[in-house]
Ligand binder design. Structure first.
Ligand SMILES: Nc1ncnc2c1ncn2[C@@H]1O[C@H](COP(=O)(O)OP(=O)(O)OP(=O)(O)O)[C@@H](O)[C@H]1O
Ligand SMILES: [Mg+2]
Length: 286
């Protein structure tokens, strides 16, 4: 588990219950968003998807089906060629205010090798012009949260791959985001470390009432983490199906070992096979 909270950025664990996500307010609305790249590749056919506050939505699908493209639209790193997106019912200028903060974590930890871990985690606050005195406790709180409270003075090369990924997550959390976008964050890790980070992440999502959009290739990971799994197909990239993982939270090892977990994995595996078959046609998206 990530370390227990000691700073104001972390709330006490709520009682186990189901999330009332179905009628929660939308955090992000993707409205017939399409993406054609300058070289003519159609990365995304029109896609519509609403992320509601408190949801944990995973995107899964064959390579090239547009998962990263979709996430980059939500992060406003790319603009749609057609259609539009709303963040908290407005334009991207709404993002950044209290209750409407966004952070992105990519597969590569992409830490600056010449900065200590604390310096890496402080970067977003430095960029926002926050002074050292104010930033210090926030950096420590984020490091504590991911279990790296004692490693702030280390350099990235002194940490394991899993620890570096934790540092990247701390850097994402230091701005206290409400919406967390993650593109295969644990894809490069061994299964044991990944399972542990998954358990930590779902615990964090629960305690911090985050909204998460998570890209993965792992059926197990998608089922373990998500309130909803969105399956995409390729050529052109599109939404193929959605599966609700309507299971109680917080989830732990007991859920991973349960027959319900295995049932969800089987169902998702079947849909994913269909999505892969539907992606095998000619380059219809071009
Ligand atoms: N900058 C770009 N320029 C041109 N084509 C691109 C660009 N980025 C992505 N594409 C194309 O858009 C499609 C979707 O790519 P994307 O990276 O979103 O897929 P993905 O689902 O994330 O794949 P993977 O699982 O391999 O990460 C692919 O055909 C890809 O080649
Ligand atoms: Mg990708």
């Amino acid at each position: 588990m990530f370390a227990r909270p000691r700073h104001r950025m972390i709330e006490p664990a709520p009682e186990p219950m189901r999330r009332p996500a179905a009628d929660a307010a939308p955090a992000v609305e993707i409205l017939s968003a399409e993406k054609v790249f300058p070289n003519g590749t159609r990365g995304l056919a029109p896609v519509s998807l609403t992320l509601r506050e408190g949801e944990f939505v995973s995107l899964i699908g064959p390579s090239g089906c547009g998962k990263s493209t979709l996430l980059s639209l939500v992060a406003n790193l790319h603009q749609p060629s057609d259609g539009r997106l709303l963040w908290w019912r407005g334009g991207f200028d709404r993002v950044g205010a209290d209750g409407r903060r966004l952070a992105v974590v990519f597969q590569d930890a992409t830490l600056m090798p010449w900065l200590r871990i604390a310096g890496n985690v402080r970067l977003p606050l430095d960029l926002a012009g926050m002074g050292r005195a104010e930033a210090g406790p926030r950096v420590q709180a984020a490091l504590d949260l991911v279990g790296l409270g004692a490693q702030g003075r280390h350099f990235p090369r002194q940490l394991s791959g899993g620890m570096r990924m934790r540092a990247a997550i701390a850097r994402g959390l230091v701005t206290e985001p409400n919406l967390l976008l993650m593109d295969e964050p644990f894809g490069a890790l061994d299964e044991f470390t990944r399972n542990k980070l998954d358990a930590d992440l779902v615990d964090l999502w629960w305690r911090r009432s985050l909204t998460v959009l998570f890209v993965t290739h792992s059926i197990y990971e998608a089922v373990f983490l998500s309130t909803r799994v969105v399956v995409m197909a390729a050529r052109p990239g599109r939404i193929f199906a959605e599966l609700a993982i309507d299971e109680p939270h917080p989830r732990g090892e007991a859920f991973r070992m349960s027959p319900r977990f295995a049932e969800h994995c089987r169902a998702l595996s079947r849909v994913l096979t269909d999505a892969s078959l539907a992606s095998d046609g000619p380059e219809g998206g071009r």
